[in-house]
Ligand binder design. Structure first.
Ligand code: GMT
Length: 383
């Protein structure tokens, strides 16, 4: 297959959009495409060497006049620089704010050099459902989505929400998130399980960036309810503004000895390998990549039924979904899953469902989409 030179713009942090962008770039490079990451620091999962992978750091200097250095301008300049020097065929930006508008500006500058750079924008979630809807960003988000040459969303629900809320004149293609089943698979970590759960307790896990939207108090409440019925331990992975209040909640409930906050972890799959249940009581979740990672490691999921989660978690099969805040129902369903007669079936179902999102199924969808966008853009240019 002919090589495409792709620029990928993303957040380098632990958030889902950065993870998806990085894993996608790595997989594209392994397929023989040339991938140039453009962002402000090394993406956390860009952890291996490949002759087709490149990283370009956006430098944005401060100046006494700036309260906030203008990152978007520095990013647009870096995109122009990389496109000119590396001969990019396409730019793929993940998370609309501010990446789609920086891409638009870069594209206009490149036009003055006689270069057409097709831009694909992938909508991930809060760039639409929370931040994007804010009046202070909405006109720019609408404009930059409409000016992209291709737009993808990570779930049907996110596409619907985008079309309902914004005045979108562009087509939106749904390409779901994916998982690398070579990396995310159940590993033998019995010693770890014994260390965490010495009395054979069940192990419950939550991973997130600990923001309000994740409803961390519900995670603790469901765990507290479960623990009243069966011996259980909870591992909280990740970090963010809701961590300190969650630690306080554990102290107030007197459950600190059974809850561990592990902070940001690189090898989440090692912990998931020994987990019995994953909790995701989010208020909003356009897809729920963290739940997919759990399922790939054979962990069933208790979640809300919000956003794109119903496109992933199958009710009564891979786990259960409840309305936001219904921690009593979540507890009842969790105890049903954790029953020793039910758990093995839920685990196998979770893995089977995760296989439908294997990167080998989703990567060709992106490659095809890139080719269509490149083709369409060059017809527009010449036609
Ligand atoms: O909003 C976040 O939690 C972070 C955000 C991101 O862009 O990093 O996550 C969103 O994108 C992920 C990858 O596509 C999805 O799996 C998450 O469901 C989504 N988060 C929300 O919609 C809250």
């Amino acid at each position: 297959m002919e090589q495409i030179k792709i620029g990928i713009v993303c957040y380098p942090t632990f958030g889902g959009s950065g993870v998806v962008a990085t894993e996608l770039g790595k997989a594209l490079a392994q397929e023989g495409h040339q991938v140039h990451f453009i962002t402000y620091s090394q993406p956390s999962r860009l952890d291996f060497l490949n002759e087709n992978l490149f990283y370009h750091e956006v430098e944005f200097r401060s100046y006494p006049l700036f309260e906030y250095p203008p990152y978007e301008l520095a990013l647009a300049s870096k995109i122009v620089n990389v496109a000119l020097n590396e001969g990019l065929d396409l730019l793929h930006v993940h998370y609309a704010i501010p990446h789609a508008s920086a891409a638009y500006m870069a594209k206009q500058i490149l036009k003055t050099h006689g270069i057409t750079l097709p831009v694909v924008t992938t909508l991930h979630g809060t760039d639409i459902t929370l931040v994007g809807k804010d009046a202070s960003y909405e006109p720019v988000v609408t404009f930059s989505i409409n000016q992209s040459d291709g737009v993808t969303a990570v779930s049907e629900d996110l596409k619907r929400e985008t079309l309902d809320y914004f005045n979108i004149t562009n087509e939106i293609e749904v390409i779901p998130n994916f998982i690398d089943l070579e990396k995310f698979k159940k590993q033998k970590k019995d010693h770890f399980k014994r260390a965490i759960c010495p009395e054979g307790e069940v192990l419950i896990v939550h991973t997130s960036n600990f923001r309000k939207v994740k409803r961390i108090p519900d995670v603790i409440q469901v765990f507290y309810n479960i623990r009243k019925v069966i011996p259980a331990k909870l591992l909280m992975i990740g970090d963010g503004p809701e961590r300190v209040p969650a630690e306080q909640q554990c102290r107030e409930l007197g459950i600190c000895q059974d809850v561990r906050f592990l902070g940001k972890l690189e090898a989440v799959e090692e912990v998931l390998s020994v987990a019995d249940l994953f909790l995701m009581p989010s208020e909003k979740e356009s897809f729920g990549l963290a739940a997919l990672e759990a399922m790939a490691c054979e962990v069933p999921v208790i979640s809300t039924n919000t956003g794109g989660i119903p496109e992933l978690n199958v009710q009564g099969v891979t786990g259960f979904m409840s309305t936001i805040g219904d921690t009593d129902e979540m507890t009842r369903n969790a105890l049903h899953i954790l029953d020793k007669n039910n758990l093995p079936v839920f685990k196998q179902n979770a893995l089977k469902r995760a296989k439908e999102f294997d990167i080998t199924c989703i990567l060709p969808q992106y490659e095809l989409y890139y080719r269509q966008v490149i083709e369409k853009t060059s017809v527009k240019m010449h036609g």
